[in-house]
Design a protein around this ligand. Structure first.
Ligand code: 4AD
Ligand code: MG
Length: 462
């Protein structure tokens, strides 16, 4: 038997073949002598209409008992569909049901709120919208690898369990096997982590960057793409406690090279989504965000704006009356400011660079002014920060100084400092939040809806 997916079926050149499809029932409509079954199988946004005549075996016992969500296998002949919007339908010769659903099945055919769907994350990918999101997520993962592999970057698996706090933000989830009821104590009364599994305090990584740098200074151009964890209590539509990050790192790159790479990468991903996920994107454009296609075309076909933090602040200050948080030189840009720049001022993605050192991490290259570092953030409409990156501080003495200023113990970063002692070179990289990229290409509003099982404060169900 010729088992095919609905996606393959809809690409057949002509009708006439006998095929088998496996999927689930979206809806059933009965008429006098036959039933219409609308089947989906996850392979694409489209469903296929099946006509099940009452003459087939089990019509009375199976077909008319099938409820929304029932799993079925249909064998029949592909024929041209007289209906609008669909090329083919299947005239069934046999319909087999594997599992039916009871009346309390939560996904009846109607609109459900995304909040409700989050409570049934184990079922929600069966809906049109979340199913489409997850297909796009898969395609974009492939796009990430394709882009870097085709541009000479090697994929490095940086560790998930880490003992260095890359962003220095203190938002680390700790990893321990100590018994909470019988914590070993040191003479000072603190927890004695030398008794812990790793003989020191360990945590889940907030970024693979530091280890990525070690590999950039070995292989030249590398990238990581993996889960990262942040225990920040951010209940926003743009933050997750567990998210995936894409982090390229390249030896001999300076900040402008880093910005070029970020822009090329984002435009590649957007073009990839437009080309390879056109059906799902069309669905999002129709149902989720009517400006989506226009925005994606704009991003794919225009260069990004670039301006310094100082210039950005000068622009933003003129509009301080519209902001909840007022901007002045030295303040961190909030999402409202980032969005104002990219949506109102420039109407396209914007790269802001040369930030004050006080609001950025310790590892960034200090500019000659002594005040700013070679950092860059890439901001996109609808979201704000999509990418954060920098040219790294490659000068041993300057780095030691910076670590002293922010209170980091050089001893625990001995290996990172070695990279500055042995054949140090300029190098740069960035981190792109993969779920934020998905928000961009799908037009979805909440980051909790673009990852299969979201983790956020108060929630780690499933
Ligand atoms: O700006 P961030 O914190 O930069 C770093 O971690 C660097 N070490 C990256 C590097 O240079 N290799 O994070 C990078 C990106 C952000 O721009 C954002 O898109 C995403 O990661 N991100 C989050 N996404 C979802 N939930 C969170 N809590 C996020 N925090 C950061
Ligand atoms: Mg950042």
């Amino acid at each position: 038997m010729n088992t095919i997916s609905i996606k393959e079926l809809l690409r057949l050149e002509k009708a006439g073949n006998t095929v088998q499809i496996n999927g689930w029932l979206r809806t059933r409509r009965d008429s006098k002598t036959f039933s219409f079954l609308e089947i989906y199988d996850g392979s694409c946004i489209a469903t296929i209409q099946v006509i099940a005549p009452d003459s087939i075996e089990g019509y009375d016992t199976v077909v008319v008992k099938m409820a929304t969500g029932a799993s079925v296998s249909v064998t029949g002949v592909v024929q041209e569909s007289p209906g609008k919007g669909q090329r083919f339908e299947i005239l069934a010769q046999s319909v087999v049901m594997f599992g039916n659903t009871p009346a309390e099945y939560p996904l009846q055919k109607k609109r459900h709120s995304f909040e409700f769907l989050r409570e049934i994350s184990h079922l929600r990918a069966r809906t049109n919208t979340i199913g489409a999101v997850m297909r796009v997520r898969s395609a974009m993962s492939y796009a990430v690898h394709t882009f870097f592999q085709e541009n000479g970057f090697f994929y490095v698996h940086t560790p998930i369990i880490s003992t260095s706090d890359c962003e220095g933000a203190g938002s680390i989830f700790h990893v321990t096997t100590l018994d909470y009821d019988k914590m070993p104590r040191n003479p000072e009364g603190g927890v004695d982590f030398t008794k812990d599994f790793f003989a020191r305090q360990a945590g889940l990584t907030v970024s693979g960057q530091l280890e990525g740098e070690a590999f950039a200074l070995s292989l030249g151009k590398v990238y990581t793409f993996g889960p990262t964890f942040r225990a920040e209590n951010s209940n926003t539509p743009r933050h997750l406690a567990e998210f995936w990050m894409v982090e390229p790192e390249a030896a001999f790159f300076r900040l402008p090279d880093d910005m070029d790479l970020a822009e090329k990468f984002v435009r590649y991903c957007v073009r990839y989504a437009l080309e390879k996920c056109s059906d799902d994107i069309a669905f999002f454009n129709e149902r989720i965000e009517t400006q989506l296609l226009a925005r994606l075309e704009l991003i794919a076909s225009n260069s990004f704006e670039r301006l310094s933090y100082t210039d950005a602040v000068n622009i933003l200050q003129k509009h301080n009356d519209t902001f909840e948080y007022k901007v002045s030189w030295g303040s961190d840009l909030q999402s409202e400011h980032e969005r104002y720049l990219t949506e109102k001022v420039f109407n396209r993605p914007v790269i802001v660079y040369d930030y004050p050192k006080e609001i950025k991490a310790f590892y960034m290259h200090l500019n000659d002014d002594g005040k700013t570092v070679r950092a860059m953030d890439l901001l996109v409409p609808g979201i704000g920060e999509l990418i954060g990156g920098s040219e790294r501080e490659e000068r041993y003495d300057v780095l030691i100084n910076r670590m002293g200023e922010v209170g980091l113990d050089p001893a625990s970063y001995w290996w990172y400092l070695d990279l500055r002692k042995y054949g140090s070179t300029p190098h740069a990289g960035f981190g792109l939040g993969f779920e934020r990229l998905l928000l961009l290409v799908t037009g979805m509003q909440n980051i909790r809806d673009v990852i299969p099982f979201p983790r956020y404060p108060g929630n780690a169900e499933f």
